[in-house]
Design a protein around this ligand. Sequence first.
Ligand code: ADP
Length: 447
Amino acid sequence: MFKRVLIANRGEIALRILRACRELEIESVCVYSTADKDAPYLRLADRAICIGPGPAKESYLNIARLIAAAEIADVDAIHPGYGFLSERPDFSQACRDCKIEFIGPSPEAMGKLGDKVECKRTARASGVPVFPGSEDAIEDEEEAVKIADEIGYPVIIKASAGGGGRGMKVCHNEATLRTQLRVASQEAQAAFGDGSVFIEKYLEHARHVEIQMLGDKHGNAVYLWERDCSLQRRHQKVIEEAPAPLINREKLRRVCQAAAKMIQTAKYAGAATCEFLMDGKGDFYMLEVNTRVQVEHPVTELITGIDIVKASIQIAAGEKIPFKQEDVHIRGHAIECRINAEDPAAGFRPSAGKIEIWQVPGGPGVRLDTHVVPGYVVPPNYDSMIAKLIVHADTREQALDRMARALREFKVGPIHTTIPLHQRLVTNTDFRRGGVDIHYLERLLRA
Ligand code: ADP
């Protein structure tokens, strides 16, 4: 096992990884930008190293500075968390070049599954259902028009290197497809340094269902079943839950098995999430694979009892996945609310500043993943998520009631948070019935 790990991230996920390290008796080295210099979790680390100023480009996204910190601290491995450099093959490669273990996939496996076109090809070969559409990047306009005619409108144009919901264009007819192709390619070139785009069928009504996977360096892969993340705003998940309500579990099992085969084919070691859209008939279409731990991993941890972050460290250290597929059992229901420092009553305007009131929920079945303490100042530089409130109960209904209870206990001020939005959602009759689609929340907010 590793002796010392550098955590190349910040906020709640840095603390989550630190906790996993401590339970594995690994020393942890945190890094921080000057904007995070007073973050209280830094005091829990065995060592904390400043890597630069507030802007992420000069700190959390700066490979040279992170590697320098890793070498100064003499660590065996680096955990990238999510966001920042977690899905960058060049970071995984830089670690390898410096003989530091990257806690995540090899650059090759990340490249295979991280590029959308390449990933769809690997998925098809493993029997993972994908959207009908172009098999490769689009070479010319006529080819795109021909494919769109075959699969039928609407279609969606996506960047091969895309991410974060950016650079996608929905086209309802040929004229828009022709004009948007050029725009999409230029935008993709500017945003991702790669102008290749592809098209696929666009689903109007769908749910977001994703499968948690783990692969190891010995060729094993397991699935930890699904999460439903259909409640989204601007492609950002707001509430996640597991298991997914109203789902055909037999169909799901077949997709899970294919997804496990896919990550084996890609020689993937670490945690991965295979994201799907599910249509009204309960059929699945793969969106993409996220080659890292997800924000919403705790809901899976609560229903399976498996520590995904610990497992990913053990896997990187060369151990086998510490359990077998037949040992994975689902118990009860878990829900996560992402608490953001934003004002839902003012168009979700970011609400940075000092947190004077911070009274947190607790009691049976309640887990709070957060780096915030009373007096914490939310820096304006980063993502607005300040906490994840996760609950577990025997049934979905009990979990929803428990979440309502926990949200009522949660008092934050004077900054604004998304707690009032969550309160509204967990008592919403459509959401409680289950099976709302990915556009439901936007419709509700417009109404
Ligand atoms: P990104 O990597 O940029 O997040 P994804 O491929 O994961 O891109 O898609 C992001 C979101 O865009 C999905 O969660 C879904 O809401 C929407 N989307 C993507 N592809 C389709 C599609 N074929 N049909 C309908 N909606 C889609």
